[in-house]
Write a protein of this length. Sequence first.
Length: 191
Amino acid sequence: MFSRSALEDRERDRYDKVWQDRQYGMFSPGLRSIGRVLERLRSKPRSVLFAGCGHGHAARLMQRLGFPVFCCDISEKALGFDELRPVFVRAPLWSLPYKAADFYAVYCADVLEHIPERMIDDCIKELARVCEEQAFIQVSTIEDLDNQGRPLHLTVKPAEWWLDKMTETFKAVEMVSNTSGEAFFYGRRHR
């Protein structure tokens, strides 16, 4: 069992290596689902955190649409767009360096399944803590391997398991979609 700081170091090193393969950043689950986020945002929020932003495709699109975006990821090597560097912070999801309700909305796509299962509750609590109102969370429910055949998805669970986890933390949670391989959730801090 790793301590939290040792786990952070291990995961950061692992994803620094993963992101060196530029093919990894070419596909963006977050970008594919950004339409769902735009549909649910009632107006232009004061801020949106892209938690586990990866390469930054979705954050860059939202920024170009005029949304005030902020990004964090456990690996600095993940970020692929220089215009996002000023709003990027390196941090694990289980220990976000932000104040409570710092962001109106939080978007976390294809990230939680990469986290060791013992840290999932902490990650969901952190996403809820920094979120003032709306959270958009997409998870993959199938296994994925890196280019050397090692598992990338450390917490592979059915959508209902994820729904139960989020319901423990958010005041209101809706499973917007549950298709083969991924589920998309909408959570609110207030009813």
